[in-house]
Design a protein around this ligand. Structure first.
Ligand code: SIN
Length: 293
């Protein structure tokens, strides 16, 4: 029996509410908990206000949405991102020439590592971490290279009431220094003198949905403030194991020119590097967010 199961069924249950139909887009859920594939949208065209509203809604309801077969230019990729807010410039990663907001995602047989191999929320070390990331993969390996996504509302909801009470009001340090220093040397990127760090609540409230989400991740969170370091290590270790439960996840199988758009405020993701020596490449546009509360 799963550790989240009991005689009453799973401790985390997605309530299947009555859903308003979408009018201008198709939305097919990957799992009841996270992820949906969107159809009927060509991101190379001008989207109506109604379609944009429905994309916002699909993202809020599903945390990560996927669009297949999108033949867009770099400028259209950037323009789509700008419809959701100002664009974020990554503090460390390489970008396309002349386009600092177009981050490169690339791995081949000579890569020493790939982006995003551990569970994380993008650049959570920023004072105002990104709200969302829009990744297009243009070259896929013959198989593998999937991305996993996990629902942090679900992870929070499934905690015991005692653990929720314990975490209430705690903050944690998110540090880019150990995550980024030297990381992109193989792309010829020189290190900056310093990388961002910030303190954020361990549980944040999403500004759009008003729901609570766990907001610590193994990529950036170093310790919980105000408690002994060994206690922080134990609590973070527990939370990382807890949030990795497959009950909270979906797994996206990429096809060429597919796009994934995830909400970093309530979802974490992890890229799988199971395709060496093949090449996987694409670009990511990231949208600025707000200070977590
Ligand atoms: C990332 O943005 O963390 C990389 C995700 C991926 O390559 O699937």
């Amino acid at each position: 029996m799963s550790s989240l199961a009991s005689k009453q069924g799973p401790r985390y249950r997605q309530t299947a509410g009555e859903e308003e139909p979408y009018e201008t887009i198709g939305v097919e859920k990957l799992t009841p908990v996270i992820g949906a594939e969107i159809s009927g949208v060509d991101l190379a065209s001008t989207l109506s206000n109604r379609t944009m509203d429905e994309i916002h809604r699909a993202l809020a309801e599903n945390l990560v949405i996927f669009f297949r077969d999108q033949h867009i230019t770099p400028q259209q990729h950037l323009a789509f991102g700008r419809q959701f807010g100002e664009l974020h410039i990554h503090p460390a990663a390489p970008h396309e020439p002349g386009e600092p907001a177009l981050m490169k995602i690339y791995a081949d047989k000579d890569s020493p590592r790939v982006n995003g191999e551990g569970w994380h929320s993008d650049v959570s070390c920023d004072e105002e971490p990104p709200m969302g990331s829009i990744l297009q993969i243009k070259q896929c390996p013959p198989s593998g290279g999937d991305t996993l996504f996990a629902n942090m509302y679900a992870a929070y909801d499934a905690l015991s009431d005692r653990m929720k009470t314990y975490l209430h009001g705690l903050t944690a340090l998110h540090d880019g220094e150990p995550a980024y220093r030297g990381l992109y040397a193989n792309y010829g990127v020189a290190d900056r003198p310093s990388y961002p760090h910030a303190e954020h609540p361990v549980v944040r409230t999403h500004p759009v949905t008003g729901k609570k989400a766990l907001y610590v991740n193994s990529g950036f969170t170093r310790h919980i403030n105000g408690i002994p370091r060994d206690e922080s290590d134990a609590i973070l270790g527990y939370l990382y194991r807890h949030m990795e439960n497959p009950l909270f996840q979906c797994r996206f199988r990429w096809t060429e020119n597919a796009i994934a758009f995830w909400d970093n405020r309530c979802a974490q993701h992890r890229a799988l590097w199971d395709y060496w020596p093949h090449t996987r490449s694409g670009t990511r546009v990231t949208v600025k967010g707000e200070r977590p509360v």
